[in-house]
Design a protein. Structure first.
Length: 554
C-alpha cells in the first residue's frame, strides 16, 4: 500500500489526524485497490487532539506513545490498509478507555472505514455512543455490526438495550429472546425482558423474569427495584417493600470481551483507583484486586493500595494472600491502623486471639475511634474475664456507631457479668438501648432476666419482668422465654412470700420440652433447667451469678 508519509505524519503531528489525502497528495495513488486507501471516496476523518491536562504524567506518556506509533505506521510505505485500520482501532480503544470520547470516535470511524468487515469497530463505536446516550447513533452502529455477524450475542444485547431506552420494546424483544438462549446471558436477558414486561404492565411476567435474573445474579442489587415495582403492580405490597429495602445499583454483568478489554488498556494510578473503587462498590472483588495489583506495579510504595488489595483478598477467601499484603504494609509502617486491624481479624479467625488483640490495641493507639478495634478488644477482654473493661470498649463502639445493635447487647452482657454492683448501670444501659431498638428481642430478654434475677434488689422489678417475659413468650414460644416467665414468677412469689406454683409450672414445661427435643445431647441445658426447677420447688428465686452474661451474643 502506498501511504504519503510526509503529509499523513504531518497531519497527525499538528493534531488534525488523517485528512483527505486527495487535497494534498503529491504523487499518484497506487492502482492496487485492495491494499490502498482510496483517497477520493469516503476519506478518513480528522482526529481531534485530546486535552491531556487533567491526566497523570504516566497516562499522558502512554497516550502520546500510542499516537506516535500510529504516526510511525503512516510514515512507513509498507504499511497495509489492514495494519493501519487495526492501529486506528487500537488507538481508539485506548482513548475510549480513558474517556477521551471525541478522539475515540474518530479512530473507530476510521478503523471501520479501513476494515469494513471487522465487527469490532462498529460495535465499540456503538458502545461509545450508548455510553454518551447518543442512542440513535448507537442503533446505527450496532446494526452495522450485526450486518457483519447476525449471531453476535453481545451486539444483540446492546442493541436491545438501546432500543428499550428508545421505548422501541417490540423491536428489542426478538433480540432479547435470542440472547436468552446463549450460555451466560440468560440472567441479563431476563433482567431486560423483565423490565420491558414491567413497562408494558405485564407484572406477573415481570416478576417471573426478574426473579430468574436474581437467582442467576444474586449480587445484582439493581434487580430489586423493578422487582419491587412488579410486585406492587400485583398488589403484593409486603414483597414489594422487602425488595425495595434491598435496592441498589449493581446490574447483571454482560459477558463482553471487547468491552472488558477496554479496562485492560487503562494506565495511571488515579484511573486504576477509580475503577478499583467502582469494582469494590459493585462487589467485584477479583476485578478490584487486579486493579490494585496494577497500581502497585506502577507504585510499589502505595500503602493504601496494598491495604485495599489485602481487604479484597480477605473478601475473596484468600487469608494467606491478605496476610502477606497487610504484613508488607506493617514492614513499612508498623503502626498503620487499617493493616493492624485487618491482620488482627485474620489472626482472630485462625484462633490466635492474643496476637490478634495486640494488633487491635495498636490500631486504637493510632485511631482511638476505630469501632471495629474496640469491638474485638472487648471480645478479648470478655474471654479473659475482664468484664468491666470489656463493657467500656463495647460502649465506645456504640458511641462511635450509635445504630450498632450488637455492641449494645454485648455491653449489657458484660456489665451484668461484672457483678451485682454494675446491675443498675446495666439496667439503665439496656433501657437506653431499647429507646433506639424498641423491637429487639435480645435486649428485651436481657432486661427481663435482669429485672427478675439481679442480686441487687434496687435493680429488680418482678412485675415489669413478668410483663416483658410474657410478651416474649407470646411472640416466640421457646424454652428460653419460658424460663424468663418462670424467673419473673419466682421473683414475684419471693417478694410476696407466696407459692412458687406458676414458676414451677413454666420451668417444668421448659424442662420437659428440652428433654423431648434434645434428650441426652444437651446435658448442660438440662442440668441448668433442673437446677432452677429444684430452686423453685424449694421456694428460692433465681439469682444471676457473678461472671454470667445475659444472653451474650456469640
Amino acid at each position: 500500500m502506498i501511504i504519503y508519509p510526509r503529509l499523513l505524519a504531518l497531519a497527525l503531528l499538528i493534531g488534525l489526524g488523517v485528512v483527505d489525502v486527495a487535497m494534498a497528495q503529491d504523487g499518484p495513488v497506487s492502482s492496487n485497490a485492495s491494499a490502498t486507501i482510496q483517497a477520493t471516496s469516503n476519506p478518513l476523518i480528522p482526529m481531534p487532539v485530546p486535552n491531556l491536562e487533567r491526566l497523570e504524567n504516566a497516562v499522558k506518556e502512554h497516550l502520546r506513545a500510542a499516537r506516535a506509533d500510529l504516526v510511525s505506521l503512516q510514515a512507513d510505505p509498507k504499511t497495509t490498509q489492514a495494519v493501519l485500520g487495526d492501529a486506528y482501532g487500537r488507538l481508539g480503544q485506548i482513548y475510549h478507555a480513558h474517556r477521551l470520547d471525541a478522539s475515540a470516535e474518530a479512530c473507530y470511524r476510521n478503523a471501520e472505514h479501513l476494515l469494513p468487515k471487522d465487527l469490532r469497530w462498529p460495535y465499540l463505536l456503538g458502545y461509545l455512543y450508548q455510553q454518551r446516550v447518543q442512542l440513535s447513533a448507537a442503533v446505527r452502529s450496532y446494526r452495522r455490526a450485526l450486518a457483519l455477524d447476525a449471531d453476535d450475542t453481545p451486539t444483540q444485547l446492546r442493541l436491545a438495550q438501546v432500543l428499550l431506552a428508545l421505548d422501541r420494546i417490540d423491536e428489542a424483544t426478538p433480540f432479547l429472546d435470542r440472547v436468552s438462549k446463549a450460555p451466560g446471558f440468560q440472567g441479563v436477558a431476563d433482567f431486560e425482558l423483565g423490565k420491558a414486561a414491567l413497562r408494558q404492565g405485564r407484572h406477573a411476567e415481570a416478576v417471573e423474569r426478574l426473579t430468574r435474573a436474581y437467582a442467576a445474579h444474586p449480587e445484582a442489587s439493581g434487580i430489586h427495584y423493578p422487582l419491587a415495582m412488579a410486585y406492587r403492580g400485583l398488589g403484593e405490597l409486603e414483597a414489594a417493600r422487602r425488595h425495595l429495602q434491598q435496592r441498589g445499583e449493581v446490574v447483571p454483568p454482560i459477558p463482553d470481551p471487547l468491552v472488558e478489554e477496554l479496562s485492560e488498556l487503562l494506565s495511571g494510578k488515579r484511573t486504576r483507583q477509580y475503577h478499583a473503587m467502582k469494582a469494590v462498590w459493585r462487589g467485584e472483588f477479583e476485578v478490584a484486586a487486579k486493579e490494585y495489583r496494577a497500581i502497585l506495579a506502577l507504585d510499589p510504595a502505595d500503602i493504601g493500595a496494598r491495604v485495599s488489595l489485602g481487604r479484597c483478598l480477605y473478601l475473596l477467601d484468600d487469608p494467606d494472600g491478605a496476610a502477606r499484603a497487610f504484613g508488607a504494609v506493617l514492614e513499612r509502617k508498623p503502626k498503620h491502623d487499617k493493616a493492624n486491624y485487618f491482620l488482627g481479624r485474620l489472626l482472630w479467625e485462625k484462633g490466635q486471639k492474643a496476637a490478634a488483640a495486640t494488633h487491635f490495641q495498636t490500631t486504637l493507639e493510632t485511631d482511638p475511634r476505630h469501632g471495629g478495634a474496640h469491638f474485638f478488644v472487648a471480645k478479648s477482654l470478655m474471654q479473659q474475664g475482664n468484664f468491666q473493661r470489656a463493657a467500656d470498649h463495647f460502649r465506645k463502639v456504640s458511641e462511635i456507631l450509635p445504630e450498632d445493635l450488637e455492641s449494645r447487647q454485648r455491653e449489657a452482657a458484660a456489665l451484668v457479668a461484672a457483678g451485682a454492683s454494675m446491675h443498675q448501670t446495666a439496667r439503665q444501659r439496656i433501657v437506653d438501648a431499647l429507646e433506639i431498638h424498641p423491637d429487639d428481642l435480645v435486649l428485651t430478654g436481657q432486661l427481663a432476666r435482669l429485672l427478675a434475677g439481679s442480686p441487687d434488689p434496687d435493680a429488680r422489678d418482678g412485675r415489669r419482668a413478668l410483663t416483658l417475659a410474657k410478651e416474649l413468650f407470646a411472640r416466640h414460644n421457646t424454652i428460653e422465654n419460658a424460663q424468663l416467665v418462670a424467673m419473673a414468677h419466682a421473683e414475684i412469689a419471693h417478694a410476696q412470700r407466696v407459692d412458687f406454683d406458676a414458676a414451677v409450672a413454666y420451668q417444668q414445661a421448659a424442662l420437659d420440652t428440652a428433654f423431648q427435643y434434645y434428650g441426652p445431647y444437651e446435658i448442660r441445658l438440662l442440668e441448668r433447667l433442673k437446677t432452677n426447677l429444684d430452686a423453685y420447688l424449694a421456694r428460692q428465686p433465681y439469682r444471676i451469678p457473678d461472671g454470667e452474661a445475659l444472653h451474650d451474643p456469640r
